[in-house]
Design a protein around this ligand. Sequence first.
Ligand code: NAD
Length: 264
Amino acid sequence: MELGLHGKIALISGSTAGIGLAIAAALAKEGAAVFVNGRTPGRVDQAVARLNAGQPAIEARGVAADLSTTQGVAQLASRLPAVDILVNNLGIFEPKNFEDISDADWLRLFETNVLSGVRLSRLYLPQMKRKNWGRIIYISSESALQIPVEMVHYGMTKTAQLAVARGLAETLTGTGITVNSVLPGPTRSEGVEQFVQDYARHSGVDAQEAERQFFKTARPSSIIQRFETVEEIAAMVTFVASEKASAVTGASLRVDGGVVRSIA
Ligand code: NAD
């Protein structure tokens, strides 16, 4: 399938590792010029080098900025004033008992996971409107629909992303700009890999058994009963970013291995 991504410029926030890096790789492979982002120039350069390694056809560049802040978004604006595809991937999580989540924690997660995407959408929308073409994709989570008791504040931010994406899509009625959310389930990114290894060590089992136990006890509704790969998430995002997905908008698209027990 020709996705029509050649010549498109894509920014993926928080993409020096994990799902974001896989999205950058997948979009670049389809011919988009991708910009990866992280907070430090060193990590950004490494990610760009990984993407470009031995692949002359790939066009990857980087921009270091802390996109959880207004200053960071302003820095980015001066370096990258226009994009065709914006993937709001930046997101942080931290397990914490509800009673221990401070006001500062609530605000930090809201600013990083929700406001970063709001600010970036506000930055790039005027120029997308001028072209009458654009793709804005929020990387939310199954946690938007099944709020994790071990991090209610994270769940709140992921639900808020769905509201922002749906509302924004409706403001763009009749245009060529689509806005969607993609909801991954438990996915084997670096943070999750570390979690599995810690769990395995703690329980005295190997990593494979740790994964089996995690799904049996913590995610029994997962139909695939394994962590997703970052490439599985990137494949959905690449399609949604493409010309072919022109009728997909205002949607919450689950790539969650069936963990959300809903048929709607
Ligand atoms: P990750 O922790 O592996 O990678 C996060 C990236 O963001 C890193 O490149 C990090 O350097 C960068 N980053 C962190 N803070 C930043 C900041 N302030 N400014 C710029 N860059 C920053 O993350 P991941 O697990 O790949 O998750 C990516 C997205 O997917 C998040 O929105 C997360 O909520 C969502 N998600 C992840 C999972 C999962 O199981 N991994 C499941 C559902 C949803």
